[in-house]
Write a protein that binds this ligand. Structure first.
Ligand code: APR
Length: 233
C-alpha cells in the first residue's frame, strides 16, 4: 500500500463547528493567545487557562466528526494513511482513523506541571479540571497541550513519517506555525503534495505543492478519487 501522510490543522474540524485560530472570528481574536496558550499566561492566571481548556473539552462532547474525518478514515482501505494533526480534538479517532499523531498535544489528557511524565486521560464526562486537582506527587494538573514557547517533542517522529510519504497532503492549516509547517520541506522529491483549503494561500514557500481550493470534506473526497484513479491533478 502507498503511504499517504496527512498534516491537518484547524480547518479540518471547522465543518464540525470548532473555530479555527486565525482570521476574522478566529479563537485567538476572542482569547489572546499569550494569555491562554503560553507558559507565561499559565503562570499569570492558571484559573483562566484552566477554564479555557475546560470549555474546549466540554465542546468536544457537543461536536461530531465531519464528512472529511470519515472520508480520511475510509481511505485506510486503499492507502497506509498516517495523520499528523496540529489539532487537539479527538475527531479523527472518533471517525475511526487508526494512526493519528498529535503534534500539539490533545485535550483529553492532562499532566503534572512538575511531573510531566504523569499523564492522565480524562473520561469525556469528567472534562472539568480545577485548580487544586493534583498528581499523586502533589503538583497541579495542566492541559497536555504544547503551548507557544514550548518544545514540540513529537516533531521528530512526525519527520520520520513525512520522509516515508508516497503522497503528502495538508488539510486546513494556514502553515504559519513552525515547526509543523517545516514538515513540507522534507517531503521526498517526486512524492505528489497537496493542500486542501478553501481560501487563497501564499504557497510560494512550498514549490510544487498543488492547491485543492475546497473545504476539507469536499477536498478530501476529490483527492481520494484522484489517488484511486492514479491521477495527480
Ligand atoms: N476546510 C478546510 N480548511 C478550512 C476550512 C474548511 N472548512 N475553514 C477554514 N479553513 C482553513 C483556513 O483558510 C486556514 O488556512 O483552515 C486554516 C486554519 O488556519 P489556522 O487557524 O491558522 O489553524 P492552524 O494552521 O491549525 O494553526 C496552527 O497554531 O494556534 C496554534 O497550536 C495552534 O495548532 C494550532 C497552530
Amino acid at each position: 500500500m502507498k503511504k499517504l501522510v496527512v498534516l491537518t490543522g484547524a480547518g479540518m474540524s471547522a465543518e464540525s463547528g470548532i473555530k479555527t485560530f486565525r482570521g476574522s472570528g478566529g479563537l485567538w481574536e476572542e482569547y489572546p493567545v499569550e494569555m491562554v496558550a503560553t507558559p507565561e499566561g499559565w503562570n499569570a492566571n492558571p484559573e483562566l487557562v484552566t477554564q479555557f481548556y475546560n470549555k474546549r473539552r466540554k465542546q468536544l462532547l457537543e461536536v461530531e466528526p465531519n464528512a472529511g474525518h470519515y472520508e480520511l478514515a475510509a481511505m485506510e482501505k486503499s492507502f497506509d494513511v498516517q495523520i499528523i494533526t496540529q489539532n487537539v480534538d479527538n475527531l479523527d479517532e472518533r471517525a475511526g482513523s487508526i494512526k493519528v499523531l498529535h503534534l500539539h498535544g490533545d485535550l483529553t489528557n492532562v499532566r503534572g506541571v512538575v511531573h510531566s511524565e504523569y499523564i492522565v486521560e480524562l473520561k469525556p464526562e469528567n472534562y472539568e479540571v480545577r485548580l487544586g486537582d493534583c498528581t499523586p506527587f502533589g503538583d497541579q494538573l495542566r492541559p497536555h497541550i504544547v503551548w507557544f514557547h514550548e518544545l514540540v517533542t513529537m516533531i521528530e517522529p512526525a519527520m520520520e513519517l513525512v520522509k516515508q510519504a508516497d503522497y503528502f497532503v495538508v488539510i486546513g492549516s494556514s502553515l504559519v506555525v513552525y515547526p509543523a509547517a517545516g514538515l513540507l520541506h522534507i517531503v521526498p522529491g517526486g512524492s505528489p503534495s497537496y493542500v486542501i483549503d478553501p481560501e487563497e494561500l501564499t504557497l510560494c514557500r512550498f514549490p510544487g505543492i498543488k492547491h485543492i481550493k475546497l473545504s476539507a470534506s469536499e477536498g478530501i473526497r476529490k483527492l481520494h478519487k484522484l489517488l484511486l484513479e492514479h491521477k495527480e491533478l
